[in-house]
Design a protein around this ligand. Structure first.
Ligand code: SF4
Length: 234
């Protein structure tokens, strides 16, 4: 799941650009999700879900033709990305906002930082510009930053490597940890980087343990396996 952010000040066309990028990605056959960062409340006053929240519910789920989950707190971007990857498999997440994140940015103003892949004037944009932007995003975007800072890619840490991807100097597949994602470990909402050896060790241990269980799911395991350890005190 590669990540792109669309950043810029108010009324510079961020939402318009997000929809254009999403449409082009979907046209290319990608499965895409979006995140919108805002300082406002998403729930409309007077709606039933708003009343549920007002009554003190910490989590409200709207279930109908579509389903939404509303948590009564602001989650970090990493936490949101983790939850998305638990719910579904996507090729891209396009984020509107989160301008201080370390993910690739398309900016709707002239402001640049180390993670800006291009700046766009949305009011002058042409359809062929959107095609070029998505071409660039395909080459310069990356998945959740592993955070192991092992230096095996030749860069001092994962952030430096991420900047090099943005500049087109390297690619994500030069990092074994980014490439190999068979096993992921989270403690709370923090992702713990696992090198390929540890991933393989955990996978074989869990698969070995599961193979001893008498369950028909055992016959042909080719799905994601989830193991939760709730380290609760007595
Ligand atoms: S090899 Fe991967 S995990 Fe290690 S520093 Fe480079 S990007 Fe980070």
């Amino acid at each position: 799941m590669k990540i792109l952010t669309v950043v810029g000040t108010k009324n510079t066309g961020k939402t318009t650009l997000v929809t254009m990028i999403v449409e082009e990605m979907v046209k290319r056959g990608y499965r895409v999700g979006t995140i919108k960062h805002t300082h406002h409340d998403f729930d409309l006053e007077g709606k039933d879900t708003w009343k549920h929240r007002k009554a003190g519910a910490e989590l409200v789920v709207g279930s109908g033709k579509n389903t939404f989950f509303m948590v009564n707190e602001q989650l970090s971007l990493e936490n949101i990305l983790k939850n998305i990857s638990n719910i579904t498999e996507l090729d891209y997440i396009v984020i509107e906002g989160f301008k201080s994140s370390n993910y690739p940015k398309v900016s709707t103003t002239e402001v640049k930082d180390d993670f800006t892949i291009t700046n766009v004037d949305v009011f002058k944009i042409k359809p062929e510009d959107v095609v070029s932007i998505v071409d660039l995003v395909e080459k310069r975007s990356y998945d959740i930053i592993p955070g192991a800072d092992c230096g095996e890619c030749g860069y001092k840490d994962c952030i430096e490597m991420s900047k090099a991807i943005i500049q087109g100097k390297t690619s994500e597949d030069k990092c074994k940890m980014r490439k190999l994602k068979e096993v992921e470990l989270y403690i709370g909402s923090k992702k713990i980087p696992l090198n390929p050896f540890v991933q393989d060790f955990i996978k074989k241990s869990v698969m070995g343990m599961i193979s001893t269980l008498k369950t028909e799911e055992n016959d042909n395991i080719n799905e994601k396996i989830e193991l939760w350890i709730r380290n609760l005190e007595d």
